[in-house]
Design a binder for this molecule. Structure first.
Ligand SMILES: [Zn+2]
Ligand SMILES: [Zn+2]
Length: 262
């Protein structure tokens, strides 16, 4: 079995960083148990597959997962699935998405594209999903303006969680406990308590790291207030505070759970 890897094609979060492309807003490509999985294909994902030092072939994807319908996570989902399915002519692959991304008012995945995948599965809280030998869970519905689920992959040698957009809660610590690699969408440096902003900030990241104590924590999905500081310096400060290894993702960062965690 080839070793697992995660490529952070893009690390942008929030509309200003995305609009100005201060960081790439492409998704996260994972090769887990030999399955090619693309998470949250935001704006520029298709282009980024081809115009980088390593070419990733969308026709080799097995699965696309949308954690939620916001544009910075779903903008390229239709063109990526068209590429995965050879222009929709070769019905194949999986799409996992919350109900409000594929049904009802203004679904973000077009109907002809939905029909082109072999399997469309709806994500639920406490969902448990299988892709061949690969197993993942959606343990928690996040507190975010649209239906949003984080992901927990149970690999042979490691548990890898993606704590995507959402307001911090103690429930996150319970539900993502046992993660060896903890990826967190830390959009803002600081959220003042009186503001109802449903995202993670550095303090939330600290609580998650201290509560879960992974082998490695990675921050990504940066908004302007994170980029105005140096995210690498902020990660080093968090590492100092928590005693856990913390990285700030950069566009193109590759992590290999087998080699980088233990
Ligand atoms: Zn986002
Ligand atoms: Zn969002």
């Amino acid at each position: 079995m080839p070793s697992d890897w995660i490529r952070f094609m893009g690390t942008a979060g929030a509309r200003f960083v995305v609009s100005k492309q201060l960081r790439s807003s492409a998704g996260t490509w994972c090769s887990f148990n030999g399955q090619q999985v693309l998470i949250d294909p935001g704006p520029g994902t298709l282009r980024s597959c081809f115009f980088n030092s390593v070419v990733l072939k969308p026709e080799e994807l097995d699965t696309v997962i949308l954690t939620h319908r916001h544009l910075d996570h779903s903008c390229d989902v239709n063109v990526i699935i068209e590429a995965m399915t050879h222009g929709t002519f070769n019905r194949r692959g999986y799409l996992f998405a919350p109900r409000d991304a594929v049904c009802g008012f203004e679904p973000v995945v077009f109907s002809h594209v939905r029909k082109s995948v072999e399997n469309l599965e709806i994500l639920y809280e406490k969902g448990d999903y299988r892709l061949g030998d690969l197993h993942f869970e959606t343990p928690l519905k996040h507190d975010h303006p649209v239906e949003t689920y984080g992901l927990k992959f149970n690999l042979d040698n490691a548990c890898v969680s993606f704590v995507v957009d959402g307001k911090f809660s103690e429930e996150m610590i319970e539900n993502y406990s046992g993660s060896d690699l903890l990826v967190m969408n830390v959009l803002l440096k600081e959220i003042s308590p009186e503001k109802e902003i449903k995202h993670l900030d550095l303090e939330a990241a600290r609580k998650l790291i201290e509560g879960i104590r992974p082998s490695l924590a990675i921050m990504t999905h940066f908004g302007l207030t994170m980029l105005q500081e140096n995210p690498g310096v902020l990660a080093a400060e968090l590492q100092e505070k928590t005693g856990i290894k913390v990285l700030a993702a950069t566009d193109g960062l590759v992590v290999r759970p087998d080699q980088d965690l233990f």
